[in-house]
Structures are given as C-alpha cells and as structure tokens.
Design a protein around this ligand. Structure first.
Ligand SMILES: [Zn+2]
Length: 330
C-alpha cells in the first residue's frame, strides 16, 4: 500500500533514519531540510544507466542507508526505484515528484538503460511506500518542461483508457486525470499554486492508471523520436497521439471526457492544443529516418494497443507525425 502526503511533514518519518537521497541538481533550489543526515546520490544521467544504478547501490551499502528518498523528475525516481530493486534487501522508498508528468511515483515499473538499450523493470516492490505531492517543487520548472510533462500525463490517461488492459478502476483514474488536466491547465501554466497542486494530483492519477494497464501505440512510437531527435518524452508522445487516434476511428467516450462529442473533434482539439502550446514535429528529418523509426517501435507497448497496427500503417503514421508530404520520403 502507498501512503500519500501533501506537505513535507512526511519527512518526520525519516527521523532516526539514514536515508539515501537520490536527486539531481534542481534539488538545491527547493530549500528542503531533513530531520536527519542524508547521503546524497546524484551521479546519474537523465536516462539512468545500469552502471549508475550499480554505483548508487554501492553508495547505499557503504553508508549503511536504511531508507531511500527520491526527489526529482522521472529519472530521479526511476533511479531510486532501480537502486532499491538491485539492492536486494528491500528498503522503504519515499518519492517526491518535482514534475507533474511521468507518474513514476505511482507505478511499479522503472526504465533504465543497459548498454544503450532501454530496459523496463517491473516488480511490485518498485511502487514507493510513501509519496509527497507538494506544489512548491513545480515553481522553478521551465515552462516548456511543464508543457511536456503535462502532455505526458494527458496521453497516459487517454492511452490507459483505450488500452486492452483497462479496468473499471483504471478508467476511473483516467477520467479524473483528464478532467483535472483540462480544468487546471491554464492556472498550472501560469504557475499558480492551485494549478500546480491539481496537476501533480492529475499526473499521479494518470500514473495509477498506467500502473494497471501500461501504455499503448503513441508511447510505443515515441521512444525512437526521443532518441533520434532529442525530443523530451512528453513532447514525443503528444505528437504521436492524435495521428494514432484518428487512424483508430473510435473512442467517442474518451472524446466526451475531453469535452467534445466525437473522436474526430477530440483529435482536432488535441492538435489545436499542441499548436497553441507550440509543441511541434521535429525539423531536419533525414530520408532514412522513416524506416529507422518504423523498425524500432516498442513491440510490447504496441501489442497493448486496441487496434492492430502493421508496419506499413506505422510508417504512414510516422509520415503524418513528421508532416512529410507524399512522395517526399524517397
Ligand atoms: Zn509517458
């Protein structure tokens, strides 16, 4: 079971503990104080590598840490989860997300890289025992990053809803997340406290939804866009989702949650929102890119898509995503 707190009072739990603090440099801007001494571990990249995790486990053991605290975005939380996983002795984990997007604090998965390859670990021990959702941590996040993480949460909620593995419980999380995102987007992008709090809760709900269902085609197609063009995860997923949805010609009930009648309207609304947020396709596409992208789609996530997408469909979708006109790819 996971316990959620909305302020830093939960740090009282750390009294008399020796926590390993997993965080990046942004941590210093939060002005957070602990009731105990902490061992800090920041030697990991935004795509945490297995070697980083191994050195994190070493630091943890050397300092005889008995608790793990992750403060940061998805990378910090995934690093902390992986350290817990590879440490073998199961230590309690507290996660404090400082972006409202990945929902990593609400899932039992972690993504790390091994020899440059993306690897997903899934284990029930990876679900943090304690979560703190505190809006002050979003205050210093750059606007573009706020947009990307919000869009990730929105896509996760939508994909989870149409996923083959959707359950009554996961659908409820998706509905609530979509409602909170749409009704608080403006205030969140203005960096108001209330909007920030609601968006953290929304991202957490979207995380709970994918914790049950995992994601689908837009996520499966996004990973290579990220590695090929350096697009942030949320940006890459968001430009895929409307094209995939239009192809599937379904899910009016999700369109209704977005405040429209039919799926076509919801797709248009989504595309207009991306234009307004200036979340656009990458430029300078290489002619070989279409094939590289098509051949690298994450099969596991793809198999969870409600509509089967074959190779030629995926290639066609990438052409739309990258806005390549017909005949231009050769
Ligand atoms: Zn995502």
């Amino acid at each position: 079971m996971q316990q959620t707190f909305y302020d830093f009072s939960a740090f009282e739990l750390l009294k008399d503990k020796k926590p390993l603090l997993v965080c990046d440099d942004a941590f210093d801007s939060f002005g957070i104080e602990f009731p105990c001494e902490v061992t800090r571990f920041s030697a990991f990249t935004s795509n945490p590598d297995y070697e980083d995790i191994k050195s994190g486990v070493k630091v943890l053991r050397k300092n005889k840490c008995d608790f793990i605290v992750a403060i940061g975005g998805g990378s910090s939380i995934d690093t902390a989860k992986s350290i817990k996983y590879y440490n073998h002795i199961n230590l309690p984990l507290m996660a404090v997300p400082t972006t409202s997007g990945t929902g990593s604090e609400a899932t039992h998965f972690a993504v790390i890289y091994r020899n440059g390859k993306k690897q997903s670990i899934a284990d029930k021990r990876l679900l943090p025992e304690y979560v703190i959702l505190q809006a002050d941590t979003l205050k210093t996040l750059p606007l573009y990053q706020k947009k990307c993480t919000m869009l990730d949460a929105l896509c996760q909620a939508i994909e989870s809803w149409w996923s083959k593995k959707a359950t009554q419980e996961s659908i409820l999380y998706s509905q609530k997340a979509i409602y909170l995102i749409l009704s608080n987007m403006e205030s969140y992008l203005h960096n108001d406290n209330d909007g920030n709090t609601k968006m953290l809760v929304a991202a957490n709900l979207a995380g709970k939804a994918i914790n049950i269902t995992t994601t689908t085609a837009p996520h499966a197609m996004s990973y290579k866009l990220t590695s090929l063009y350096g697009l942030p995860h949320g940006h890459a997923v968001a430009i895929c989702l409307p094209k995939v949805w239009r192809y599937m010609e379904n899910f009016d009930y999700i369109a209704k949650a977005l405040g429209t009648e039919h799926y076509e309207d919801a797709v248009s609304l989504f595309e207009e929102m991306l234009l307004e947020l200036e979340i656009l396709p990458p430029q300078n596409i290489n002619e070989d890119d279409l094939d590289i992208l098509t051949n690298s789609v994450n099969r596991q996530r793809l198999s969870n898509n409600p509509v089967r997408l074959n190779k030629s469909t995926i290639k066609k979708l990438y052409k739309e995503i990258l806005e390549i006109a017909d005949g231009e790819e050769n």
